[in-house]
Every structure is written in structure tokens, then in C-alpha cells.
Ligand binder design. Structure first.
Ligand SMILES: [Zn+2]
Length: 254
């Protein structure tokens, strides 16, 4: 079926009507895309068009999604898979976009083993085999390129979930070393937790200390938005992400 999917995708791209100036305007609003070559930008445009065709972007609440907003989300979603391909986002079809942060059902087990149910404020969510949920107000923060990118964060969770468990380690490519990944991420995670315990200013968003899965999602945001900061703080993690995403944002943004 692979050839049929590829044929259908090529046909869709041949028929797609996206004015180049519209695409360039959306791309110009995303600092994380600076330094991409023209062929890379064209590939990102094609991936974004296919993403918008294969995923359903649904506005929730009072939000209305126009074509520019859809493309703005798609371009960010496709940056992590620029060198991996759209099939890395197989198994889910929807992106739900709220106007702002939203309340999500939440269950947690306390130290005494008692289950608590309630609601938690969220700006994004990625459900296993389900939708990505985003707050549009927070999606727009990508325009500042400050290391906070909720679209990349949730897409990183989707990649992490490809082996069925959100543990901060997506299925690695052949040639990558599992022990090297584990060592780099464990050491950096421990360093971050120690830094927070000491009350020091962390180099990346402290939410990364929530769990190894959140650490992977937050360092992925930093990798694409503030690679210089990530490389200086956790060079071994940067090197692993460079091998995993098959991109080197430091070269184009550093
Ligand atoms: Zn997360």
C-alpha cells in the first residue's frame, strides 16, 4: 500500500493551491524556521499541506480557525518530522484547538495509594492514539522563538508514544545507541532536578522535571527554538536529538 499512499500524496501536492507568498508569510512568522534552505522550506511546505489533508484541525469553543492559522500550526508540527516523514505521525487524525488554556480531566495517585480525580489547567495535550489538543493563545508564542512551543511539545509526545509508552524515548533509528541515549537523558534529567532542588535558575523550562516524558518534550522545544541554550546546558542530549531528528538547528540558528 506504500506506493499507493505515495502516489496519492504526490497527486495531492500537484493539485494543491498554496500561493508562495502566503506560505512565505506564515514561515516568516516562525523564528524556528530561520536558516532552513529553500529545498528544506519547500519540503516543509509539502509536509504541511499533506498534514492538513491527512489530519483534521477542529476549532473548539469560540475559536474560528482560518487557513493561515491552520498552516501556522501545520508548519510547526512538521518541523520535527522534516527529515523523518509524515508517517511518523501515523495512528492519529485530529488536532483540537481551543482559544486559550483549557481544563482537562485528571487522575492521580497520592503517596497513600488513594486515587484523586479532578481537572487540571492545560495549554496542550497529546492523547495516546488520540488527538493533539492545543491552546491557540499559547500556540502563538512560537512567534517569539523563546523556547516555548506547545505544538512541537505535543508532537514530541506523539513521537515518544510510537513505541506505545510515553517514557521519553521514542523508537531510535538504526545506528543510534540505546545506552548512549539513556545515559545522556538520565544524566541531564538528574542535573535539572538537582538544579531545581537547589533553587537555581534552570536552563530550560522547569516543567521538564515533571517526568522523563516531559523532559523529552521540553528539550525538543528547546532543540528547535533555542539550540544554543540546549547545547550549552546538555550537550549529550543535544547530540542525541540531532541524530534522532536528523537536523542540526544550531547550524542554522546558532
Ligand atoms: Zn507534555
Amino acid at each position: 500500500m506504500g506506493w499507493f499512499k505515495n502516489w496519492r500524496r504526490r497527486r495531492l501536492l500537484a493539485r494543491a493551491q498554496l500561493p508562495e507568498n502566503h506560505w512565505r508569510a506564515v514561515a516568516a512568522g516562525l523564528p524556528s524556521l530561520r536558516g532552513l534552505t529553500d529545498p528544506e522550506l519547500s519540503r516543509l511546505r509539502d509536509l504541511s499541506l499533506l498534514f492538513l489533508h491527512e489530519k483534521q484541525l477542529v476549532a473548539a469553543g469560540e475559536l474560528e480557525l482560518d487557513d493561515s492559522m491552520r498552516l501556522y500550526i501545520a508548519a510547526q508540527a512538521c518541523l520535527p518530522i522534516l527529515k523523518l516523514g509524515l508517517d511518523y505521525y501515523a495512528g492519529w487524525t485530529s488536532v483540537i484547538v481551543y482559544p486559550e488554556g483549557f481544563w482537562s480531566p485528571h487522575r492521580s495517585l497520592d503517596a497513600a495509594g488513594i486515587m484523586h480525580s479532578g481537572f487540571q489547567a492545560r495549554v496542550g495535550e497529546a492523547w495516546d492514539r488520540g488527538p493533539i489538543v492545543l491552546s491557540w493563545a499559547d500556540v502563538q508564542q512560537a512567534s517569539s522563538g523563546d523556547g516555548f512551543n506547545v505544538v512541537i511539545h505535543e508532537c514530541a509526545h506523539k513521537l515518544d508514544l510510537l513505541n506505545g509508552v510515553a517514557n521519553g524515548m521514542p523508537p531510535l533509528h538504526s545506528g543510534m545507541s540505546l545506552p548512549a541515549w539513556t545515559q545522556a537523558f538520565t544524566a541531564a534529567y538528574d542535573t535539572l532536578c538537582r538544579c531545581l532542588d537547589l533553587g537555581s535558575e534552570p536552563p530550560i523550562h522547569p516543567y521538564a522535571a515533571e517526568s522523563p516524558a516531559e523532559f523529552f518534550a521540553v528539550v525538543s522545544e528547546a532543540f528547535f527554538e533555542i539550540p544554543t541554550v540546549l547545547q550549552a546546558a546538555y550537550p549529550a542530549v543535544y547530540a542525541q536529538l540531532r541524530d534522532y531528528y536528523r537536523q542540526d538547528p544550531l547550524l542554522r540558528l546558532g
